[in-house]
Design a protein around this ligand. Sequence first.
Ligand SMILES: Nc1nc2c(ncn2[C@@H]2O[C@H](COP(=O)(O)OP(=O)(O)OP(=O)(O)O)[C@@H](O)[C@H]2O)c(=O)[nH]1
Ligand SMILES: [Mg+2]
Length: 599
Amino acid sequence: MQKIRNIAVIAHVDHGKTTLVDGLLEQSGTFGDHESHDERAMDSNDLEKERGITILSKNTAIRYKDHKINIIDTPGHADFGGEVERVLKMVDGVLVLVDAYEGVMPQTKFVVKKMLALGKKPIVVINKIDKDSADPDRVVDEMFDLFAQMDATDDQQDFPVIYAAARDGIAKLDMAEEGGDFQCIFETILESVPAPEGSPDNPAQAQVFTLDYDNYVGKIGISRIFNGRMKKGDPVKLAKADGEMVNGKISKLIGFMGLNRMEIQEAEAGDIVAIAGMETVDVGDTICDPVNPVALDPMHVEEPTLTVVFSVNNSPLAGQEGKHVTGNKIRERLEAEMTTNVAMKFESAGEGMFKVSGRGELQITVLAENMRREGFEFGISRPEVIVKEIEGVKCEPFEHLVIDVPEELGGTVIERLGKRKAEMKSMVPMGVGFQRIEFEIPARGLIGFRGQFLTDTKGEGVMNHSFMEFRPHSGTVASRQYGALISTEKGEAMAFSIFNLQDRGGMFIQPQDKVYEGMIIGEHSRSNDLSVNPIKGKAQSNVRSSGADEAIKLVPPRDMNLEKALEWIEDDELLEVTPESVRIRKRLLTENERKRASR
Ligand SMILES: Nc1nc2c(ncn2[C@@H]2O[C@H](COP(=O)(O)OP(=O)(O)OP(=O)(O)O)[C@@H](O)[C@H]2O)c(=O)[nH]1
Ligand SMILES: [Mg+2]
């Protein structure tokens, strides 16, 4: 039987998980000498590369000495936290990374709690020790405190600590050492992560933790084999969450090594492989011996907290930029998404309207962004939190929010959050003139807050939040402070009119952009909406003459990408998303309609 270790890499967003995995691949010699690879090689899909974040957990394997080490890199963003929980069930040990300056953050708490509850033995990696502001001793203490608060067992509390600058390939067991490489990480893994339990001679049992799709073989379940052997061509039974047993056959077995996937004939207990052949396979299903089928504990799939409505685009510019525009196409695409994405749900919400629920705004924007790249055109409504009735009480999701701000701006931010029903929990100095303030806040209060926060802190503030629990509904929260500048005309925006309008607020459009009646072209500097005409031109000669050029200096438009726009809109507004544009509009396009509706 081969010697195996299975580990997951977990941490708050951006603390360096994927970068560390690069180093593990590199320094174990798993990348061939001539194999070139990108930075953060595991972030393989386009959106991950562009945004520099991990969206889907992915597994790889390396060889170190006579061991195979299976490694699962997980996403750190709170919206994808459910994925981490499932991954943790598949491994016997974890590397918990924590930034040597930022220390314990909301998602660190979330993943540590899950990991401890599942009885995993952690290795703590204090990463980014190269940063000027790094304070590794403080961060080690924070981790000890966190473990204690979360009722770690003595064994868990007694975790090994590794200090690393993952980006530079440096790691060491003692801060005082010079240099150091990942050797100490490999050795610590072999020493402190238990070997997989289970035996290849028992009846087969493998549990699926991630789904993949391939045009040739169909749905693929990436699975950990807990017992027995899996062979290509073997008949199996698929045990579903509801207890149903489905007959199936392994049509293809895929193994992982470095960045490669290769077809294999057989795999045994302890290993992580991809298994094809079962069309109905789902996350949490057990693939078992057909004679002796025993299902493993089903997996907990987190409930969505946020919904938006996707709709057929019905703006005056509909159908001009997209390839797929009909309700049927949108429905098919959403259905396809839900077959591999267990964290999201969708249901019909009337003619050409689809209610999509997920764990947070990022999860929803990632789906929308992928769709527009595939040529879809659609509308999206403002995100709404899901309200649940618990023991007769109306409850809503609450989040744990941590902000780091320059000391002099703390007051402003606290005041703003107060209006959004946030409750301050602690405030501590962070050195270098910053303070860290922690809050508990209804998720509703966070919608649209990020833009305001970045303006208030001149881009210097950092905010992070993660889901806590459902709590009784907290009443009305303040929403967007400013009104919208709404176009009264259809046509092309003119520099001259934008110039005249820019005193009224921040513009979202530039000259030559297409506009229509009811489209929102900027944010008013006051709280009411204002109807304006952005297509009024002036005689060309005046604009072009050199003296007048000076006069029409335009402030660059505010970049309203999908994410920012989605945060910005109110209930009576919609986003219009096409492969080329993200426009913001009023649901009701004419002023008359809006007046009538407000009566
Ligand atoms: N200074 C410094 N920066 C680092 C180090 N390790 C990683 N980074 C940087 O930190 C950023 C985030 O790194 P990632 O590896 O993508 O972090 P991650 O934890 O995988 O992030 P998510 O998957 O999005 O949660 C990148 O810009 C890295 O270059 C380090 O040791 N020192
Ligand atoms: Mg990552």
